[in-house]
Ligand binder design. Structure first.
Ligand code: ADP
Ligand code: ASP
Ligand code: MG
Length: 410
């Protein structure tokens, strides 16, 4: 008897009818001779609604209370799903994160899972129950409720699968797998049969929100086979695994295109070109807990240089204020910024051994008169920052240039 962990996201449990559909899908898996643990998100829109309520009281609510609030959405769905499973004649038991002993650190809103005590769940499974677990939440050492960051139910599912050594962790969502890029932006994007953890981690880190980054990290670390599938349509989905042996993906240079509209760009010009300048500019930013992503420092001229970097868009105002103070201190020429940028990235392990990828990327953007503001490269990705208004145009052009489209059946 195999143990399967299934996770259903917000849109898949968005109505009572959909919850009943999920119950039937879970029961079908059990009737095929498997044990099932189901992890669910809050009903679609619910987490955003809760965040909005908090903001009506305080723009910066107390982190502990914020997590108590936003974790409630998932408690609704576990109860409803368990009721639906029981209505269809099977035994079910719901658990909040704390009840299932998902222990986390105390970093509210972005807590990391430390440990899961799986004994109780194991006993309930053996007694013939379908276990329904609230995603996105845990409990710290002091018994405080914590949450795992947006999209965190994916991580709950993978962590449960790792702790109970499940055969597979299946992530059911509103697309039938991982695509070469977001199918909402490129309708003829191609579903991937398989993708490596390394590539998926890069895609997730660079903005493909189909899986939470930590879920992919966790699955890679504990060797949990992870599959993304459609919650209402049948199909093989996409398997995320260590290698792509025997697949056509082997030959692919680029596995996909990710884009991230959550960043903002800041520039300080005319700063003294001297040792320690990067530290003087970025030190105060880091001390304010603002994460910096891309960084460019120009070659100095006349003893001065310019510096550009990107931060998360929610940290933009904070970073701008800090940079203005630094500018006064250093006697810099000017501080400027732009919160309407997008970072577009080509991802692929095959890129390591192929020259000419970058030049094709730059030429494709040039042909559409899209100005590149920043560039960064690594062995398996090339990222550019461009004006946000070109997102669709740039992603579609690159998708075509690198021949990533779904081909009509021969
Ligand atoms: P859920 O609520 O089920 O967790 P999400 O909205 O978090 O669903 O993730 C699914 C969405 O991810 C899709 O609707 C799709 O628009 C988006 N997405 C972004 N990049 C990709 C990609 N490369 N492949 C598939 N989906 C993607
Ligand atoms: N409900 C949470 C969110 O909307 C967690 C999740 O859906 O994975 O981010
Ligand atoms: Mg999600």
């Amino acid at each position: 008897m195999a143990l399967i962990v299934q996770k259903y996201g917000g849109t898949s449990v968005g109505t009572v009818e959909k919850i009943e559909g999920v119950a039937q899908k879970v029961i079908a898996t059990v009737e095929q001779g498997n044990q099932v643990i189901v992890v669910v998100s809050a009903m679609s829109g619910e987490t955003n609604r809760l965040i909005e309520l908090a903001k009506q009281i305080d723009d910066c609510p107390a982190p502990r209370e914020y997590d108590v609030l936003v974790s409630t959405g998932e408690q609704v769905t576990i109860a409803l799903l368990s009721m639906a499973i029981m209505k269809f004649g099977h035994k079910a038991k719901s658990y909040t994160g704390a009840q299932v002993n998902i222990r986390t650190d105390n970093a509210y809103s972005k807590a990391r899972i430390i440990d899961i005590d799986e004994a109780r769940v194991r006993a309930d499974l053996e007694a013939g129950n379908i276990i329904v677990v609230a995603g996105f939440q845990g409990m710290d050492e002091q018994g405080n409720i914590t949450t795992l960051g947006r999209g965190g139910s994916d991580t709950t599912a993978v962590a449960m699968a790792a702790a109970l050594k499940a055969e597979e962790c299946q992530i059911y969502t509103d697309v039938d797998g991982v695509y070469t890029t977001d199918p909402r932006v490129v309708p003829n994007a191609r579903r991937l049969e398989k993708i490596t953890f390394e590539e998926m981690l890069e895609m997730a880190s660079l903005g493909s929100k189909v899986l939470q980054i930590r879920a992919v990290e966790f699955a890679g670390k504990y060797g949990v086979p992870l599959r993304v599938l459609h919650s209402t349509e049948d199909g093989p989905g996409t398997l995320i695994s260590y290698d792509n042996e025997g697949e056509t993906m082997e030959d692919a240079v680029i596995s996909g295109i990710a884009f991230n509209r959550d960043e903002a760009e800041l520039t300080i010009t005319g700063v003294p070109d001297q040792p320690g300048i990067a530290y003087q500019i970025l030190g105060p930013i880091g001390e304010a807990n603002v994460e910096v992503d891309m960084i460019i420092q120009n070659v100095g001229a006349d003893g001065c240089t310019d510096f550009t970097f990107t931060v998360h868009r929610t940290d933009y105002q904070k970073a701008l204020e800090i940079l203005e103070k630094t500018s006064q201190k250093l006697g810099a020429r000017e501080v400027s910024g732009d919160a309407t940028i997008v970072k577009i990235s080509l991802v692929g392990v095959g890129m390591r051994s192929h020259a000419g990828i970058a030049s094709t990327m730059f030429k494709t953007l040039a042909d559409d008169s899209i100005n590149i503001r920043m560039i960064s490269t690594s062995e398996i990705k090339i990222s550019v920052v461009v004006d946000e208004k070109y997102t669709e145009l740039a992603v579609r052009a690159l998708h075509k240039a690198f021949d990533l489209e779904e081909k009509p059946a021969a």
